[in-house]
Design a protein. Structure first.
Length: 554
C-alpha cells in the first residue's frame, strides 16, 4: 500500500500542472515521508487526497481508498482511527459528488455520519451534515437539505471561533439553497451571516463568489463579474478546478447575456476544460448545453448540434435509472435504519423508565416500612418508658407503703409500750398517794416495800392487763371480732397473745410485755395451733384473717 501511494505521488509530480511547482503538494509529500507512525501519516495522507481532489479526482480517490484499506487491514478501531475513517468517507463522498455520482456520495456520507455520531466527533459530524445538506440541494430536496444544513450550523456553532470558517461555509450552503428555491432575501441574509462569522480573506472571497451567483440570477452583472474574477484568481493559485469550472461557466453565461458571444465561448471552453480534468459530469452537461446555446445564437448550428449531443450524453449518464434507484434505495434504507434505531432507543428508554419507576416504588416501600418501623419502635419505646415510669411510681408507692407500714408498726409498739408504762406509772402514783395517807409508820413501810417489790419484779396488776387488752382491742377491732366470732374456744390470754403477734412483735418483745418467759409464750402458741388444727409451719395470723368477715362490716 505504501508503494502504491508513493507511485501516486510520482504521478502527481508529473501531472498536467507539473510546470507549476505546487508548494502545498511538496510540503505534504515531505511530511508523509518523514512521518514516524500511521497515527501521524494517515491524517497527512487525507490532507493530500483533499488537496489533490481539486485538480485530479481519480488520484484523490485512490489515495483515500488505500488509506481505508490500511485502517481496516491493521484493525485500527480506536476512536482516533475511527475519526480518520470518517474523514476518508467524507473525502470519498466529495469525490463522488464532484463527479456527479450522487448515489455513491450519499453512500459515503451516511457511513461517515454513522461513525461520527457513534464516537461523538463534533468536527466530523459538522462536515458530514454540511455535505449531506449540499448533496440534497443538488437533488432539489429542500426539506432534507435545510435539515442537514441546520444540523451542521448547530454543531459548528458549538465548536467556537476556531471553526468559524467551517460555519461560514455552511451558511453559504444554506444561502445557495435559498437561492436555488427562489428565495433571494433569505439567501442574502445567510451570505451576510457567513461574512459576519468569518472575515478571513479566503472566507470572504468564497462568500462573495457565491453572492455573484445570486447577482447573476438578478441580472446584476456589474456586481457579479468582479466577484467571479476575484474568486478565479484565488482558485487558480489554489488549483481548485471545480471552482474554476463553475466560475468560468457563470462568466460565460453573463457575457452570453451581454451578447459578447466570442468571449462567452472562450470562458465556456475554460469551464469545460476544468470540468473534464476532474470528471464532473454535471458541470460538463451544463457547460456543453450552455456552449450549444451560444453557438446557436451565433448561427453556427453544426457546432451547436455537436455540443447538444454531448450535453445529452452527459445528461443520460447523470440520470442513469440504476443510479437514481440506488440513491433512493440508500436514502430510504438510511431513513429506515434511523427510524429503527430511534424505535430501539425509545423501547430501551421505556424499559429503563420502567426500571426507574420500579426502583422508586421499591425505595418508597422500603422508606414507608422504615418509617413505620421507626414509628412503631418510637411508640414502643414511649410505651416502655411510660410503663417504666408507672412501674417506678408503683415501686416508689410500695416503698412508701412499706415505710409507712414499718413506721406504723414502730409507732404502735411505742404507743403500746408507752400506754403500758403510763398505766403502771398511774397505778404506782395511786399506790403512793394511798400509802402517804397511812398514819401508821409501820403500815407505810410495809406498803412501800410491797410496792417496791412489785416494781422490781415487773409484775402488773390485773387492771393493767385489762387496760392492755382494751388498748389492743381499740387498735384492731376487726381482728378482735374475727377472734370472738370464729374462734370462741380461745381464752382471753390467747387472744391477747394473737393480737400482739398480729402487731408484728417478736416473741422476746411479747414475753417482756406480758411479764412471762419465752417458753411460756411458745407453749401458748403451740396450744393455739393445736386448737386451730394448724401445723407448725402454718401462718396463724393469715389463717385467722382468711375467715370471712363480711358480716362484720354491715
Amino acid at each position: 500500500m505504501k508503494t502504491k501511494i508513493l507511485f501516486l505521488l510520482l504521478i502527481l509530480s508529473f501531472s498536467v500542472t507539473a510546470q507549476v511547482k505546487d508548494s502545498i503538494l511538496d510540503a505534504l509529500k515531505l511530511q508523509i515521508d518523514q512521518a514516524a507512525s500511521d497515527s501521524i501519516k494517515i491524517p497527512l495522507q487525507i490532507q493530500l487526497a483533499n488537496h489533490t481532489r481539486q485538480f485530479d479526482i481519480e488520484i484523490a480517490k485512490e489515495i483515500l481508498k488505500d488509506i481505508l484499506q490500511e485502517i481496516e487491514e491493521n484493525d485500527y478501531n480506536s476512536a482516533y482511527y475511527l475519526k480518520q475513517k470518517a474523514a476518508v468517507y467524507n473525502g470519498l463522498g466529495e469525490c463522488a459528488q464532484d463527479q456527479s455520482d450522487k448515489a455513491n456520495a450519499l453512500h459515503y456520507y451516511l457511513k461517515s455520519v454513522k461513525i461520527t455520531e457513534k464516537i461523538l466527533d463534533s468536527i466530523g459530524m459538522g462536515l458530514s451534515y454540511h455535505n449531506l445538506g449540499y448533496l440534497y440541494y443538488g437533488k432539489s430536496d429542500e426539506g432534507k437539505a435545510k435539515e442537514y444544513a441546520r444540523k451542521a450550523i448547530k454543531v459548528r456553532q458549538a465548536l467556537g471561533e476556531e471553526y468559524s470558517f467551517d460555519l461560514a461555509m455552511t451558511y453559504n450552503v444554506l444561502a445557495l439553497g435559498f437561492q436555488q428555491f427562489k428565495q433571494p432575501d433569505s439567501a442574502f441574509y445567510y451570505f451576510e451571516k457567513a461574512k459576519e462569522v468569518d472575515q478571513s480573506k479566503e472566507g470572504l472571497i468564497i462568500t462573495n463568489s457565491n453572492m455573484a451567483f445570486l447577482y447573476t440570477g438578478q441580472k446584476k452583472y456589474d456586481k457579479a463579474i468582479p466577484l467571479f474574477e476575484e474568486s478565479i484568481k484565488v482558485a487558480q493559485a489554489r488549483k481548485e478546478y471545480k471552482t474554476l469550472s463553475s466560475h468560468y461557466q457563470n462568466l460565460g453565461y453573463i457575457y452570453r447575456q451581454l451578447k459578447e458571444y466570442d468571449k462567452a465561448i472562450e470562458l465556456t471552453d475554460s469551464a469545460i476544460f476544468y470540468a473534464q480534468t476532474i470528471g464532473n459530469k454535471r458541470q460538463l452537461e451544463n457547460e456543453y448545453y450552455s456552449r450549444h446555446t451560444i453557438y446557436k445564437l451565433k448561427g453556427d448550428y453544426k457546432k451547436a448540434y455537436e455540443d447538444y449531443q454531448l450535453s445529452i450524453t452527459y445528461l443520460d449518464s447523470i440520470h442513469n435509472v440504476e443510479e437514481l434507484n440506488r440513491f433512493t434505495e440508500l436514502d430510504l434504507k438510511y431513513q429506515f435504519e434511523k427510524e429503527k434505531e430511534i424505535a430501539a432507543i425509545a423501547l430501551k428508554n421505556e424499559k429503563r423508565k420502567k426500571k426507574v419507576y420500579l426502583v422508586f416504588f421499591i425505595l418508597a416501600v422500603i422508606i414507608a416500612l422504615l418509617v413505620l418501623y421507626l414509628f412503631r419502635k418510637n411508640n414502643k419505646q414511649k410505651l416502655i418508658l411510660a410503663q417504666n415510669k408507672i412501674a417506678l411510681k408503683e415501686v416508689e408507692k410500695l416503698k412508701t407503703d412499706l415505710a409507712l407500714a414499718t413506721r406504723e408498726k414502730e409507732l404502735k409498739k411505742v404507743i403500746l409500750k408507752n400506754s403500758i408504762t403510763e398505766e403502771v406509772l398511774n397505778k404506782t402514783l395511786d399506790d403512793i398517794k394511798e400509802i402517804i395517807t397511812f398514819e401508821n409508820e409501820k403500815e407505810r413501810k410495809v406498803a412501800l416495800r410491797s410496792l417496791s417489790a412489785s416494781l422490781l419484779s415487773e409484775k402488773t396488776s390485773k387492771a393493767s392487763t385489762t387496760s392492755l387488752q382494751n388498748y389492743l382491742d381499740k387498735i384492731d377491732l376487726d381482728f378482735k371480732i374475727r377472734l370472738d366470732t370464729h374462734f370462741p374456744t380461745l381464752k382471753p390470754k390467747e387472744k391477747e397473745l394473737l393480737s400482739l403477734i398480729k402487731f408484728g412483735l417478736s416473741t422476746l418483745e411479747i414475753s417482756k410485755l406480758l411479764n412471762t418467759t419465752l417458753p411460756a409464750i411458745k407453749s401458748s402458741r403451740y396450744r393455739i395451733r393445736k386448737k386451730l388444727g394448724l401445723q407448725s409451719n402454718d401462718d396463724i395470723i393469715a389463717y385467722i384473717e382468711s375467715k370471712d368477715s363480711s358480716s362484720l362490716n354491715l
